[in-house]
Write a new protein. Structure first.
Length: 156
């Protein structure tokens, strides 16, 4: 009598895909270009800066919003550049090592930009800068949403 701990019967069958099947899966699930994410983050940064200026009529708020967005978008651009390099894409090992290296560079650059924020932006508005950082960090969500919309429009 099988017990509920016997999982052999519930394991799905694992099979290898043929070249055609793998190509079809790749075509139906394209990867997201990191430069598109950086582009959306820059668009969000500029939009937030303009919106902040229109709503508050204070240049310090607009500068703080833009600086907060740049604290996210510029390190993301450095990360994207590093991850798209030929060395990083050589094999799985260098891709993994490259990911951790460039993520460390991205974090260090973000923290450095935050450390000099008070020197770069006169009359810095910290809440505005932090709100901008959070919203710009979510730029990849908009890029993913936009890519899914494009995928639905284009025939596969």
């Amino acid at each position: 009598m099988p017990s509920m701990f016997d999982i052999e019967d519930t394991q799905p069958e694992i099979r290898t895909l043929s070249k055609d099947e793998a190509a079809a899966v790749r075509a139906s699930n394209p990867s997201l270009n990191p430069w598109k994410v950086v582009g959306w983050q820059l668009i969000a940064t500029l939009t937030l800066g303009l919106l902040g200026l229109l709503l508050t009529q204070k240049w310090s708020v607009a500068y703080s919003l833009v600086w907060g967005g740049l604290c996210v978008a510029l390190p993301s651009a450095v990360f994207a550049r590093g991850m798209m390099s030929k060395f990083t894409q050589m094999n799985a090992g260098t891709a993994t090592a490259g990911f951790f290296l460039w993520e460390l560079v991205k974090i260090a650059l973000s923290l450095s930009m935050l450390a000099i924020s008070q020197m770069v932006v006169a009359d810095l508005d910290w809440p505005a800068m932090l709100v901008s950082m959070v919203l710009v960090m979510k730029g990849y969500l908009f890029a993913l949403w936009y890519q899914s919309k494009i995928r639905r429009i284009k025939p596969i």
